[in-house]
Design a protein around this ligand. Structure first.
Ligand code: MG
Length: 488
């Protein structure tokens, strides 16, 4: 399969892994279908199918355990072989350490909990969801104990979503961000523009998105875009990568930047070395690295003045009552306004939303606070970081579905993505010129060479060290933001 001589045992493992790959492929496509074209009543059977597929996958992965254990003892494995064993080991470790009944309980309590989270959020109360959140937190603590950790129980959960990430990493990132960025927030930056409130024609917006896809040179024989409420990207295979975007009819930047964000994810998937297809490392290195790609394209490239100039002729497809200049669009795309809702946050205030969630998750998993203290701590931190206070629960701690889904430890990867995007910004020379001249291909080549082609061969921290000689240094993100917002 791979065009060089591979260790016999690893080769054997890869042969067996094909079955798991096929299962993941099928699950991926079924998941995509749920979000896009499945008729609503299909959900019940689909849920059951998923439960079976997950179980089969678990069995298949555990059946590799003894082979992987054996392979670990081999000396002189090369990077690719080590990567394969490392990634498999992570999956095996999880299944071995966390008993099936805990996963079943978590699935049950989160699927029911999500229903009550929706109800509470709608009514702006914290009532029916309360016992579920309590259970979800308890189960997450149990999972942390089962997995084991050094220093802090939250480390076990962080590592589930981002290999090797720990509380100290995030503490030092947020230390930089929450101390340095408030200076920019004190500046008198543009916080509103009439374009925010204008309705757009959906067909015109579709044309804009299509033209942007062409500008980004997305390969239409290996890529497609559909519509969903919450935009996402899925890499079914190296040659079948799909994104979705959204059309809300108002405030068109939300549709535009969703599209560019997901293209960033897609470009990553499309550029993983083809030879890695069907192996455990034929995927992105981690959530944080993946998010760095989407943020790099969405914010650092997409919201730059040069990019706005580049797409100005495309934006003309949107017909409003009056004509807007490049400068209008640039300001509109880069408004800064502390807001209560994370998904609406701008580039500058976004990370404070994550800092807040990180503080709460860290403390609750470490038994420093009780669940009942979450709402008040939330409001307190919101006030501290962004000088605004939620009026109720719906625009406070009930706004995201992450906790009802049981995803404790996931939020930090969003900020990590921004931090890594900052590292890439720092290391790419002449970015402005490249964007200005429309030479986006050389940017893609750079990213491919530094990150994409390796798939998950290297753990995220190793990849950063190897390709950029960096750790999770948040200074570059801060430097980038200062450079940008000092000029606006
Ligand atoms: Mg993303």
């Amino acid at each position: 399969m791979l065009n060089y001589h591979m260790n016999k045992l690893v080769e054997e493992i890869l042969k067996k892994y094909k079955r798991i790959w096929a299962l993941k492929y099928a699950s991926g496509l079924l998941g995509w279908d749920i979000e896009t074209y499945m008729p609503p009543k299909g959900a019940n059977a689909r849920g059951e199918v998923f439960a079976h597929l997950d179980l089969i996958q678990k069995q298949e992965i555990l059946s590799l355990a003894s082979f992987v254990e054996e392979a670990e003892k081999i000396e002189n494995l090369d990077d690719l072989e080590k990567g394969i064993i490392r990634v498999l080991n992570r999956e095996i470790r999880f299944y071995k350490k966390v008993p099936e009944e805990i996963i079943v309980k978590l699935n049950k309590v989160t699927s029911e909990g999500t229903i009550y989270w929706r109800i509470d959020r709608k009514k702006d109360e914290f009532n029916s969801f309360k016992p579920y959140l309590q259970r979800i937190i308890e189960i997450n603590k149990i999972i942390a104990e089962k997995l084991g950790y050094e220093k802090h129980p939250y480390n076990a959960l962080l590592d589930l979503y981002e290999e090797g990430l720990n509380v100290e990493d995030m503490n030092s990132i947020f230390n930089v961000i929450t101390h340095k960025l408030p200076i920019l927030l004190e500046k008198d930056l543009p916080s509103s523009h009439e374009l925010e409130h204008l309705k757009y024609n959906e067909d015109e917006m579709k044309k804009v998105n299509e033209e942007v896809l062409k500008l980004l040179n997305m390969p239409f024989d290996r890529f497609r875009m559909d519509i969903s409420t919450h935009p996402f990207t899925i890499g079914i295979s190296v040659d079948d990568v799909r994104i979705t975007t959204r059309y809300e009819g108002i405030d068109f930047k939300r549709s535009l930047y969703s599209t560019i964000h997901e293209c960033g994810h897609a470009i990553y998937n499309l550029n993983i070395d083809k030879n890695l297809e069907g192996t455990p490392v034929g995927i992105g290195a981690s959530s944080g690295i993946h998010e760095s790609q989407s943020r790099f394209w969405e914010n650092i490239i997409g919201r730059s003045k040069e990019f706005v100039e580049l797409i100005y002729h495309i934006l003309k497809n949107l017909r409003f009552e009056k004509n807007y200049t490049i400068s209008d669009f640039y300001i509109y795309f880069n408004l800064v306004k502390p807001s209560l809702i994370r998904v609406d946050a701008d580039e500058l205030t976004y990370n404070f939303h994550i800092a807040l969630r990180f503080e709460i998750e860290k403390r609750i998993i470490n038994d420093e606070i009780e669940m009942d203290e979450i709402p008040s701590l939330w409001n307190e931190l919101m006030e501290k970081y962004l000088k605004i206070r939620p009026k109720g629960y719906a625009d406070g701690f009930l706004q995201d579905m992450h906790w009802s889904k049981g995803w404790f430890g996931y939020f930090p990867t969003y900020t990590l993505g921004n931090v890594i995007a900052g590292i890439i910004w720092k290391s790419f020379k002449n970015l402005k010129n490249k964007v200005q001249s429309g030479d986006l291909e050389s940017i893609k080549e750079f990213l491919k060479d530094k990150i994409h082609k390796y798939g998950a061969i290297y753990a995220p921290k190793d990849l950063l060290k190897r390709s950029f000689n960096e750790t999770y240094n948040a200074e570059y993100l801060v430097e980038y933001l200062f450079e940008k917002y000092n000029l606006i």
